[in-house]
Design a protein around this ligand. Sequence first.
Ligand code: GMT
Length: 375
Amino acid sequence: MKLKIGISCYPTVGGSGVIATELGKLLAERGHEVHFITSSVPFRLDRVYPNIYYHEVEVNQYSVFQYPPYDLTLASKMAEVAKRQKLDLIHVHYAVPHAICAILAKQMLKQDLKIITTLHGTDITVLGYDRSLKDIIKFGIEQSDLVTAVSNDLVTQTRELVPTDKSISTVYNFIDERVYMKQEVEELKQHYHIAKDERIIIHISNFRPVKRISDVVRSFASITKKVKSKLLLIGNGPELATARQLVKDLEIEENVLFLGNQKHIAELLSMSDLMLLLSEKESFGLVALEAMACGVPVIGTHAGGVPEVVVDGVTGYLCDVGDVECVARKAIGLLMDDACHEAFSKRGMERVQSVFHSKLIVSQYEKLYHQVMQE
Ligand code: GMT
């Protein structure tokens, strides 16, 4: 049965926005009609796609209100689109505010509208600690027709923080394997003035404190003493200035490239030898999956869902949060052992195909949609 599906997410750069958009694109390819209801065009919706429609949530700033009414405008838009387009269901990413908006929209409508909520982490691991939001998160979860989380760890954490009997299914994240694959990019190294024999270590994030960029820089400072290498820092965010200062203090400026936000991540990954993802909280770690898909081993932390993505000693290594000595030691060992590096790279690509293939994951979502439509 082909469905009419609404999708709401934060459309700007971020894993949840990426997953919501890629899921919408693949559902549309399978013949479903997909309606994005977001505050701007999701950044991965970069061309015209058949079966995909976009409805902008225009949040006006009224001088009489201190805060722009995003949640109410979104709820109102959801109700309007659901009614006009006769949506079967709305799939929201984040319990707050998006599930709450969908619940409100449903109440405004006279038709049935199924609500599917995907938890991505920040809505639970950050907001769940806020006592003033705990009850509304619980409400959002319990009033949804179906709830998914992006890792088993996030299911456990949600249950600990927001005790509920509601069933929460794990549906892992995925990548578009037509985009994330190893590419020939020898000339790109020259473009960045990186010598052929230099190894490339990459970190990609939104530079929030939770990503522990300082650990990435400190680990690299030790690695580069032993292995001729460059560090690529991709992304932008609050910790960028601190990272720049640390790079200066450690006198490794010549070896660190700050590239800001980038569009062609698969190309940058394809020229990289190792990814560092050293976060203290990470419900999944989509960038680690992107790296593995491009044949890049990952050193991650024992945090959240990362161990469900990166298999220690198989597709990369795991170290304790903050243990930069462990990260440097594992990285040096891996970068100096070509056979081991090749094996990790190959096994990472295989793991992406067997566990996180988009076909598998999109089918899981489809199955859940059909299940909820029967209820
Ligand atoms: O990591 C971020 O700061 C962005 C955040 C988001 O909401 O986009 O990422 C969360 O969702 C991603 C997609 O499911 C996960 O891969 C990230 O691990 C998760 N981030 C955290 O849990 C900190």
